[in-house]
Design a protein around this ligand. Structure first.
Ligand SMILES: *[C@@H]1O[C@H](CO)[C@@H](O)[C@H](O)[C@H]1NC(C)=O
Ligand SMILES: *[C@@H]1O[C@H](CO)[C@@H](O)[C@H](O)[C@H]1NC(C)=O
Length: 246
């Protein structure tokens, strides 16, 4: 019986719980006195346990009925989940406004874009260049138009421009340039170059380039290859160009 009481005592950490065992260890008192002290302590621990149990029951009943979980001292995560959808402004402010953000992206601001597919190529022998003519693959919004070789920008702004051309040409280097024409001036916006194998069997390379540019209203873009009669693959998945407004 003394054994059981000791085990209980060590299981519940109560301040000063160690003193009877210490006294017994000194062997200054008789075994009878030790047993008596241990029994008294076991009774005290039992009473404390009962009090704690009663307290738990009362707290449980209170929190079960109350909707405000925060008042019961429940951790923050539970409090947030618990108050979702209820009329609690403080909690709502902390939650991310997913719905609002999605509306801003899709509803109020539809991105303007053009994805172009090759229609044909035109060689200008005197100028030693080949220019691509385009047709619209995908498009959305207004402010961008395509007309033959030219992409016309009717709304000024920052644009992301991308392009890829597949070359089947054994000329030592192949590539393309995207030029912008505005008010009679011409600017090179981006350029892509590839070294080519001299055996036509292996002379196959794609060249891709992309970047962000400011395009004024009235800008005209053109993609050209600085070679006459350039060997190109004009399938829409091999050669394409696109532009979208940022
Ligand atoms: C450009 O395209 C829009 C429709 O996307 C059309 O209404 C407009 O007339 C076109 N402008 C030109 C100059 O082709
Ligand atoms: C190109 O490569 C093929 C295959 O290896 C070969 O048969 C052919 O002779 C080569 N052509 C030239 C011009 O080197």
């Amino acid at each position: 019986m003394a054994d059981r009481a000791t085990r209980r005592m060590t299981a519940v950490p109560v301040a000063g719980a160690q003193w009877p065992s210490l006294l017994c260890a000194t062997s200054m008192l008789t075994a009878f006195t030790c047993l008596g002290l241990l029994l008294i302590q076991a009774a005290q621990i039992h009473r404390l346990r009962e009090e704690l149990w009663g307290l738990k029951l009362r707290v449980g009943a209170f929190c079960g009925e109350e909707t405000d979980a925060a008042r019961c001292g429940v951790p923050t995560l539970y409090s947030r989940v618990g108050t979702l959808g209820q009329d609690d402004g403080r909690m709502r402010r902390e939650l991310p406004r997913k719905g609002t953000r999605r509306l801003r992206q899709t509803g109020q601001r539809r991105r303007t874009f053009l994805h172009l597919q090759p229609l044909s190529s035109q060689s200008y022998d005197e100028e030693d260049k080949t220019v691509l003519k385009w047709t619209v693959g995908q498009s959305q919004g207004e402010g961008l138009n395509v007309s033959g070789e030219a992409v016309i920008v009717t709304t000024g702004g920052l644009y992301f421009i991308y392009s890829q051309v597949l070359y089947e040409d054994s000329t030592y280097v192949m590539g393309h340039v995207i030029r912008k024409r505005i008010d009679g001036n011409e600017v090179r916006l981006m350029k892509c170059m590839k070294s080519m194998p001299d055996n036509i069997t292996y002379a196959l390379n794609t060249c891709y380039t992309a970047g962000i540019q400011y395009l004024e209203a009235g800008s005209v873009l053109e993609l050209s290859i600085p070679r006459k009669n350039a060997g190109l693959d004009l399938q829409p998945h091999s050669t394409f160009m696109g532009i979208y407004k940022l």
